[in-house]
Design a protein around this ligand. Structure first.
Ligand code: ATP
Ligand code: MG
Length: 291
């Protein structure tokens, strides 16, 4: 049994007049220990897929099995528990608490844990910061750290619960190419040394290239799912070619049609549940929380 199994998953945003099919009939499985990149043009559904896999949002239709447990219909609280237990997140803008040391930032997800003593909490945070190469920066606040160092703190924080899966939506999006390479190296190291499953959304081919498998999204559909990166690139470029012919043949005043994909037949037309903003997530403390 794979760690992750999606079967015919749709995510439809109901905006009243129009419905946006952000994810269309997605089926995939991811084994424990895999390192997967999600790529595709802007608006193709990468974050939607990531938020679904990350239990931040639930599908309109379809099945999501994580570790053999069906999550598609779970409410907010059970999903939060799953996130706490199984998932670690890193974000493009790091989401660290500003006036809080690296050490405290990493300890944060464990703060309300009943099972873990303050002493163990501290020890885990220290170990992880050393592991990501920040043993000498533990008392620094985010503002006293470089972007790459801040992302390392965020990675340490994401790992403090011992998650099965580390997820990142554009985790190198705010980093220069050299720093980005260092962070990518760290992902690889964590994957190889601890066997942690890694799933990253990225626009950067140099980041995607380091994954073992690439899933290409286009218009909400999975256009390619391959361990051959060149094949993934071809699929991405097929989109470019399509864009060019599109522009050449389409009248310039063509209306965008967000609803060009057929809705799933039994998709509920009910409004989406209130957006589960990341700041309300225990996995991602809000950067701008009051001091
Ligand atoms: N809350 C929402 N309500 C309505 N439509 C949404 C919502 N979130 C996303 N969408 C739409 O769903 C589609 C997929 O969005 P998504 O954010 O998953 O794209 P993406 O591939 O992550 O894009 P980017 O690379 O720009 O981050 C887009 O057409 C987007 O406009
Ligand atoms: Mg996105």
């Amino acid at each position: 049994m794979a760690l992750i199994e999606l079967h015919n998953v749709w995510k439809t945003y109901d905006l009243g007049e129009i419905k946006v099919n952000a994810l269309c009939d997605a089926s995939l499985s991811i084994e424990r220990g895999e390192y997967v990149a999600l790529v595709g043009p802007s608006g193709s559904g990468k974050s939607t897929l990531m938020n679904t896999l990350g239990c931040l949002d639930r599908p309109t239709q379809g099945s999501y099995l994580l570790d053999n447990e069906e999550l598609a219909h779970l409410g907010r609280n059970p999903r939060a528990r799953i996130r706490n237990r199984q998932l670690g997140f890193v974000f493009q803008n790091f989401n660290l608490l500003a006036r809080t040391s690296a050490l405290e930032n990493v300890e944060l997800p464990l703060l309300y844990s009943q099972e873990i003593s303050a002493r163990e909490r501290r020890q885990r945070a220290v170990d992880l910061l050393e592991r990501v190469g920040l043993g000498d920066r533990m008392d620094h606040h985010p503002g006293q750290l470089s972007g790459g160092q801040q992302q390392r703190v965020a990675i340490a924080r994401a790992l403090v619960n011992n998650p099965a899966i580390l997820m990142g939506d554009e985790p190198t999006g705010n980093l220069d190419s050299r720093t980005s390479r260092d962070v990518i190296k760290l992902f690889r190291q964590l994957n190889e040394e601890s066997g942690i499953t890694i799933i990253l959304v990225t626009h950067d081919q140099n980041v995607a290239r380091h994954a073992d498998r690439t899933i290409v999204l286009r218009d909400g559909y999975i256009a390619a799912d391959t361990t051959n990166f060149e094949e993934a690139l071809e699929s991405l470029h097929a989109e470019d070619d399509f864009d060019e012919t599109d522009e050449a043949t389409e009248p310039s005043n063509a209306e965008p049609n967000p609803d060009k994909t057929p809705a799933p037949q039994s998709a509920e037309a009910t409004p989406d549940e209130p957006d589960e903003a990341l700041e309300s997530s225990d996995a991602a403390p809000d950067q701008d929380a009051p001091d």
